[in-house]
Every structure is written in C-alpha cells, then in structure tokens.
Design a protein around this ligand. Structure first.
Ligand code: BGC
Length: 336
C-alpha cells in the first residue's frame, strides 16, 4: 500500500499528466449535450458540428436529454467521466445546469453554451444567432405587411419560459411593438408562453384565442416554426389558414413548404451550418488550448460571457429561392 505522501505525489503526477494530455491533444474528444433531437433543427446542428470536428481529427460524443433536466445533468456528468476535452451544451433549461457546469469546470473541462445561454455559471463561451434580432424581424414583418390594418390585432405565441432565448426573442419583438402599442396601432389581443416549444402548446394558445375572440385577429406572432405548425393546425380546423399572417423561425422544411403553399407567411432562416461548423472549429481549438473568441459579452448572472453571434435572415415566399435554396439549405426539389 502507498503511504499518504506517496498517494498525494501520485495524484499530483496523474493530474499533471492529464493536464498535458488535454493541452496537446491531436485528436480531441468533444461532448455534445443536446436538449432534444426530436426537432429537425437540432439534428442539423448535430450533423454539421460532428462533421466539422471529425474533419479536424476529433471525435464527438452526442447525448440528447429529450427535454429532461435531470437527464441532461447526468448526460453532462457522463461526458465528464468519459474525460472529454470540451463540452458543448444546448440547454433544455438554462437555469438548471449550474451544478453540472461547475462539475465540468472542476474537472478542467471548458463548457461552451450553444444557441442557448446557460445562466449563473462559468461558461467559457456562448455561440449563437442574434436572438434579439430574430424577434425584431418577426415583429417588423407583421407591421410592414399589415399596414392597412388599424390597429393590427395580434395573437402572440411566446416560447418556452425555461429557455433564455425565448426572453430574447420577446425582447426583440417588444422593441418593435411597444411604441406601436402605445400609439394604438397594434393590439396584442391574446398571448401565452408555450412550454417546451411544443406544437401542441402553440395549438392550445391559438385555440384559446379563437375561443375568446373568434376570427377577429390579423396575425399570429409565433416565435418558431414548430409552434406555427400547431397554430396553423388550429387555423385549418377553423377554415382560416392562409387568411392570417403567421410568423416562425428555423426554416424547418415543413415550414418552408407551408410558406410556398400559403398557410405560413414567413420564417427566420438561421444558417445552422455556419454556426455549427464554427462551433466545431472553436471547440477543437479550445480543446487544444487555443484562445476563446469574443465578439461581444452577455451577462449570465455569474459573469460577462464571451459571445459570438451569427447573422439571421427573414424569409418569405418571395426570397425563398435566393435565401434558402441558393445557400444550399434545401434543394428546390425538397421544397415542392
Ligand atoms: C432556438 C430555436 C428553436 C427553439 C426550440 C430555441 O432556443 O433558438 O431555434 O426553434 O429553441 O427548439
């Protein structure tokens, strides 16, 4: 048996060895902990991210928590145990991962928040799209395209209250709408949060609005395509799909098809490949001890988190081909 000082020396030696192995990794292993893989967009993010890391000689271990906070915490713990070099996280609940991030940091593993900010924790970096601008473009689209209505009557489907992005989307929408609401030009007749971003909750809120106000509204300010799909189902059942302006976000394939068919009006195209590929490059660089990029900072309650935002675009039937097809997101064939 080793004496206490020898055990301490052995521990220090193994820690030093582990540190050097991490810093000089030729083939880093990156953990990717996702909220869910049940939505189209996250499958795309995973695929582009993995392809990039592999092209740089690394490997990705993917975990998906399917919307369960306890499971996401244990997913992250499993990645720590497997000794990954960096963990990239799409948080289901941005406020529920403080402990998991601390465990990773205690093990010397940097954590990158991907798309959604993780609150109150020492995340190394936040990589995302300009989420406030997403909300601004959605609201601006409604205002610009319904200028003949006075006031414009809106039903608003807010996102999942557990996702910090939902607050940022709303903030962007408010920046456009608040002055117009004050001026009496816009009226939000009904509004609610949609737990877990589920389409059935989008449908439920739309049904509730119809129960109270009938068909007397002009637009559904839906935060995502997924929620829009539920709302459009409700509108279809009422025979008014295509008569109400419906917004969205993500450029899901089914949403782009709905836009071309006229039941959804617009979406926000987020070039997922750009963000996921960039995240793959940066994760590998950080795993090799490289610098953390910083375009801006965002406060997460614990620190000013170095952040990078990628550009987003409003898309409707008029620019679908130039924005989405020309960028290689879908082929014209897929959109038929
Ligand atoms: C993302 C959206 C996505 C939503 C639901 C948000 O955090 O930014 O792109 O549609 O989550 O998964």
């Amino acid at each position: 048996m080793k004496s206490a000082p020898r055990r301490l020396l052995a521990l220090i030696a193994s820690l030093l060895l582990a540190a050097t192995v991490h810093a000089s990794k030729e083939h880093p292993v990156i953990g990717l902990s996702l909220d869910t893989l049940k939505e189209e967009r996250w499958q795309k993010d995973r695929d582009s991210f993995t392809a990039e890391v592999e092209s740089l000689g690394g490997k990705v271990i993917v975990q998906a928590a399917n919307g369960d906070d306890t499971r996401q915490t244990s997913d992250i713990k499993a990645l720590i145990t497997r000794g990954v070099d960096v963990i990239v996280v799409v948080a289901h609940n941005g406020s529920a991962l403080t402990r998991a991030v601390k465990s990773a940091n205690d093990a010397g593993i940097p954590v990158i928040a991907y798309d959604r900010l993780i609150m109150n924790s020492d995340v190394a970096l936040y990589l995302t799209f300009d989420n406030v601008k997403v909300g601004e473009l959605q609201a601006r689209y409604i205002v610009d395209h319904l200028s003949d209505k006075n006031p414009i009557r809106i039903v608003r489907l807010d996102g999942a209250p557990t996702d910090n992005n939902a607050k940022l989307f709303k903030q962007g929408q408010d920046q456009v709408l608040d002055p117009l609401i004050k001026a009496g030009k816009v009226k939000i007749i009904f509004e609610d949060w949609c737990a877990d971003w589920k389409p059935e909750n989008g449908k439920k809120v739309t049904n509730a609005a119809i129960t109270r106000f009938g068909h007397d509204f002009d637009a559904i300010l839906s935060t995502t395509d997924h929620l829009a799909s539920g709302a459009i189902q409700a509108l279809t059942e009422e025979g008014i799909a295509g008569k109400i302006l419906v917004t969205g976000q993500d450029a899901d394939l089914s949403a782009c098809q709905r836009i071309l068919r006229g039941t959804q009006t617009m979406t926000i195209y987020k070039p997922l490949k750009t963000l996921a590929t960039y995240a793959g490059t940066v994760a590998v660089e950080i795993a090799k001890g490289g610098p953390v990029p910083k375009q801006a900072v965002l406060n997460n309650g614990f620190k000013e988190v170095p952040s990078v935002f990628k550009e987003i675009y409003a898309v409707d039937k008029d620019n679908m081909m130039t924005a989405i097809v020309a960028d290689g997101f879908y082929t014209a064939e897929q959109l038929k």
